[in-house]
Design a protein around this ligand. Structure first.
Ligand SMILES: [Zn+2]
Ligand SMILES: [Zn+2]
Length: 301
């Protein structure tokens, strides 16, 4: 018997205009609501809309969906759900930003929900053909490391703000169909606009991203694990947290090198860059404990 999952997680976004003056009160309203419903996670609000990933009980997550639709006035929001035995978030945070997706292009905002989307089924069928189209992963390098769609081009971005520069140099065909995707779909909403301003008209984006695809095709064309921005780190094809990857305590990047903490005994993952200098500790707290213990035993000698 498998224990029922303890946390229900949902990820959502919505582009709609918010007056800058309303942001602080909106932030407060969302934060209060999350706290009183015991919802944890991170929600971003910006003049262009709202974006969040949150966790809580199944009842609280249902109530949250109704709350988000009410507070935005938008019915057409896709929520990408998953479940977890691992606690995804420790806190409830609502941050005001200049954009809900960090591209440094607040001017690029989709003006309609119809933005060249493919449903997971349409996407799957296109990859299933004998001559699949060009597929580009719009995520960052530390995300593509844990997995990506079969045959997808990885532009090797350090941050999403490099997307424009990538398109500039990449020499992609402007007359061919190009498919783009990201984790939950939000980055592609902007990536596709950037492509259109550069003359790419036959570009399509995966609606709801990898998370939406895996919900329908757990054993389809996505290979490896899907990186997520919370304590679950990466999800397998069945949207379950995997233990193949973790966050390096030295630098915060993804790593697959699993070790055991000499202080608390818990497993942790260290990246190749930090490995030579980082002590055998799962966190800064355990690193400091190890250092103190070493000092004490040196003093005793
Ligand atoms: Zn590191
Ligand atoms: Zn430890």
């Amino acid at each position: 018997m498998v224990d029922p999952p303890r946390w229900h997680v949902t990820c959502f976004y919505c582009f709609f205009r918010i007056e800058s003056g309303r942001l602080p009160s909106l932030r407060h309203e969302i934060k209060e609501w999350m706290t009183s419903n015991e919802i944890k996670g991170l929600v971003l609000v910006a003049p262009e809309g709202i974006n969040g990933t949150v966790s809580g009980s199944s009842e609280a997550i249902s109530a949250l969906k109704a709350f988000v639709r009410q507070v935005t006035g938008v019915e057409e929001i896709h929520f990408k759900d998953s479940e977890s035995h691992v606690r995804p978030f420790r806190r409830a945070s609502v941050d005001i930003r200049s954009e809900i997706v960090g591209m440094k292009r607040p001017d690029l905002v989709p003006d309609s929900p119809e933005n060249h989307h493919l449903t997971p089924e349409q996407w799957h069928r296109m990859l299933d053909s004998d001559h699949p189209p060009v597929v580009i992963d719009t995520r960052n390098r530390y995300e593509t490391l844990t997995g990506k769609f079969k045959g997808a081009i990885d532009p090797g971005l350090k941050s999403f703000s490099e997307w424009g520069d990538y398109l500039e140099q990449a020499e992609l065909p402007r007359d061919e169909t190009i498919l783009i995707y990201c984790t939950g779909g939000i980055r592609c909403e902007k990536a596709i606009l950037e492509m259109r301003t550069r003359g790419f008209d036959k570009v399509y984006q995966l609606r709801d991203g990898i998370l939406g695809y895996l919900a329908e095709y757990p054993e389809g064309y996505f290979e490896g694990d899907c990186f997520v921005f919370d304590d679950r780190v990466a999800l397998d094809g069945h949207l379950q947290p995997t233990d193949r990857f973790g966050i390096c305590p030295g630098c915060g990047l993804t790593s697959g090198d699993r070790r055991e903490c000499e202080s608390c005994g818990r497993p942790y993952y260290v990246c190749t860059e930090c490995a030579p200098t980082w002590p055998a500790a799962c966190s800064k707290v355990c690193r400091d404990r190890l250092a103190q213990a070493a000092k004490r035993s040196a003093n005793r000698r």
